[in-house]
Design a protein around this ligand. Sequence first.
Ligand SMILES: C[S@@+](CC[C@H](N)C(=O)[O-])C[C@H]1O[C@@H](n2cnc3c(N)ncnc32)[C@H](O)[C@@H]1O
Length: 243
Amino acid sequence: MLELIRTADGSNTIYNSEVGENYHSRNGALQESRHVFVNSGLCYFLEKTRSFLKVPPTGGDPIAIGLERVWATVSILEVGFGTGLNFLLSADLCAEKKVRLNYTGIEAYPLSKELATQTGYDQYVSASTWQRFTDGYEKALSSQIQLNPNCRLQIASCKLLDFESANQYDIIYYDAFAAARQPEMWDEAAIAHTIRFLKPGGVFVTYAITGNLKRSLKALGCTIEKAPGAAGKREMLRAVKLL
Ligand SMILES: C[S@@+](CC[C@H](N)C(=O)[O-])C[C@H]1O[C@@H](n2cnc3c(N)ncnc32)[C@H](O)[C@@H]1O
């Protein structure tokens, strides 16, 4: 039912024959993850907030003044954790930028550890991130793990609509199967449930863009932006929660 396949940029993804869908774009799993989630979500948020830079007491632009970056914290909620590729790339970027990461992935059908460690994604992240991810994967399915002093991961093993948390997040990666295959993941109830967990000023990103999705997000108090899509797609969607 689950099979590892190669995508156009040489990175692997998983094909789910029951759903008839891949976990990533066939045009490149790695490029899609980097473009849609890491660059258009995480990097956009960090740049927008510049929360990882020390604000000088006298005011002014910390970058122009050349102040050192300080450790700040960013929290990410992912809908559809799957292989963990979005998490792995985000964890490495946060380490590089000196940002603490609290990451929660929601996954209704977690991969076995065996399959999760056969993706070949060790090529794209640091050896320590990969090692700690594979060592802690099974534990993360039932509780939060400390991957390193600056990175925490929890995989909530439940369906999106059953997910509950007292936390709100800075960024949401919405990586559900396409609406043609799983329409219930894109209806108003699913999007409203998800946006409850986004902080005001927080950023929601996804690879898809449809009229229904835009309308749902606007009705939930978000501003909508079309951003250039990953390879093979003209556009993707980014939303910022106002209220
Ligand atoms: C497009 S794939 C996600 C790919 C993943 N982000 C990755 O990098 O591997 C969609 C994921 O959503 C999961 N899923 C399906 N129905 C779900 C539901 N109701 N709630 C949460 N996750 C669900 C699937 O098992 C699958 O892992």
